[in-house]
Design a protein around this ligand. Structure first.
Ligand code: UGA
Length: 447
């Protein structure tokens, strides 16, 4: 197996996971970032974010001398056969993609090339960005190099597994890409066991948006079905189970109804695709509907809390879970943010807990809410509890004990992790998303 010298430009989520995984496959990797604090931390084994298994793998690969960290791209790029671009592509105010980091990275690469390098674009970027990268590099270097579009599909919380055992690897090539470059890319992704989809750069760029929008669409679809279920008194989980049994939909379909999607990717990519489509004159109205349904789910959750506790002023609301999903401390566009802000506006006193995201939450809410280390402390004396993130430890809560802890036994479960019948039997006024209520005093919201 061939091993390559690789530079990764941008040591964020995708960059760090890509770097450490490629190092574990035997390549010599340097992860570069302009954030000095981050690189100093990584050199000391401090991870910039929480991801299960990442810290130990990074430390091991550093020890094996296959992985190193640097702030100096100018020193690292010369001599690298492959240069990954994994810089951030944040959203601009109008929803379009800010490509300035991509452009800066391309500008930095150009002067250091010697010939035959492969520049691999992994950031989520609008269609045509690979050509932009080529144009910028060309300004500095006239020799041969290749640009490959290789979007990343990893999921936070399961990132290492998602990278090392991918469902598919998409490789988008420029028209005149040589057989040698293609062979090297196949060799690099040998661990994908042939699950490689080869296409041109534009298609590869679009695939990434299509994939995320499709998944977000599934979520908004099932959340709309959940609304119907509440109206007619049926169960969205039964509907989802039946849908998943259809192989054309599949067991892993994103059909968990709840308070909707959050995170960096889905919200940003939907907005970017709306912009991209508009620019070429296509009104992709489906995307607006996905967004609207998602926004409404957050409002619905607060409405459900208000239905159980109509006078929220001064009421103690326990929020269980702050991150946008379990196994991450990421709160970018997390439903918890909007939910907590709305509750604060209504005068509620928030006591929040999360296994790992409290430091992140502190940066967002400061001292406007109270943070506690565990669910029991949050629930103590609470008038209502809101389940916002389905962390496994919350699934194991002993509700007989919880009943005694709370001042009033009101629970709104935004992730459908508890059994409505059992909760009613235990004496809770319990509400969830798209499921029948068994607590006598909870009436459906939309009748
Ligand atoms: C998502 C995609 O799943 C990845 O394939 C993609 O590579 C990544 O974005 C990216 O573009 O980088 P991620 O944002 O890490 O990954 O998280 P997901 O597990 O997809 O969850 C996203 C949101 O949807 C979460 O808030 C989650 O709670 C919500 N969700 C997910 C639901 O509400 N219902 C579901 O059935 C599934």
């Amino acid at each position: 197996m061939e091993h390559y010298r690789i530079t990764i430009l941008g040591t964020g989520y995708v960059g760090l996971v890509t770097g450490v995984c490629l190092a574990s496959f035997g390549h010599k990797v340097t992860c570069v970032d302009i954030d000095v604090k981050k690189i100093v931390g990584l050199k000391r084994g401090v991870m910039p974010f929480f991801e299960p298994g990442l810290a130990s793998l990074v430390r091991h690969q550093v020890k094996q001398k296959r992985l190193q960290f640097s702030t100096d791209a100018h020193a690292s790029i010369p001599g690298s056969e492959m240069i990954f671009m994994t810089v951030g592509t944040p959203a601009k105010r109008d929803g379009s993609v800010d490509l300035s980091y991509v452009r800066d990275a391309a500008d930095m690469i150009g002067p250091h090339l010697r010939g035959q390098e492969i520049i691999i674009s992994k950031s989520t970027v609008p269609v045509g960005t690979s050509q932009t990268i080529r144009r910028i590099i060309r300004r500095h270097f006239r020799g041969p190099f290749a640009v490959v579009s290789n979007p990343e599909f990893l999921r936070e919380g399961v990132a290492l597994k998602a990278f090392s055992r991918p469902d598919r690897v998409v490789l988008g090539y420029e028209p005149k890409t040589s057989a040698t470059v293609k062979r090297k890319m196949r060799s690099l992704y040998r661990f994908a066991r042939g699950r490689i989809i080869q296409t041109n750069t534009e298609t590869a760029e679009l695939i990434k948006y299509a994939a995320n929008v499709f998944l977000a669409g599934e979520i908004s679809f099932i959340n709309s079905i959940a609304r119907l279920c509440e109206e007619v008194g049926t169960n969205v989980e039964d509907v989802a189970r039946a849908l998943r049994a259809d192989p054309r939909i599949g067991q892993k379909a994103f059909l968990n109804a709840g308070i909707g999607y959050g995170g960096l990717c889905f919200p940003k990519d939907i907005r970017a695709l709306i912009k991209m489509s508009k620019r070429i004159g296509y009104r992709f109205s489906y995307l607006n509907v996905i967004e609207e349904v998602n926004r409404d789910q957050r409002k619905l959750f607060v409405d459900k809390i208000r239905r159980l506790v109509p006078r929220l002023r001064g009421a103690k609301v326990a929020i269980l879970g702050l991150s946008f999903k379990p196994d991450t401390d990421d709160m970018r566009d997390a439903p918890s943010i909007e939910i907590i802000k709305r509750l604060l506006c209504l005068g509620a006193k928030i006591t929040a807990t999360d296994p790992v995201a409290i430091p992140t939450a502190h940066r967002i809410f400061g001292n406007s809410i109270t943070y506690v280390p565990d669910a029991a402390s949050a629930l103590k004396g609470a008038d209502v509890a809101g389940i916002v993130t389905e962390w496994p430890i919350y699934r194991r809560l002993n509700f007989t004990k919880v009943r005694r802890l709370m001042r009033h036994p009101n629970v709104v479960d935004g992730r459908n992790i508890f059994d409505p019948k059992k909760m009613a039997l235990l004496g809770f006024r319990y509400d969830s998303i798209g499921r029948k209520n068994f607590s006598p005093s909870v009436t459906p919201l939309y009748t």
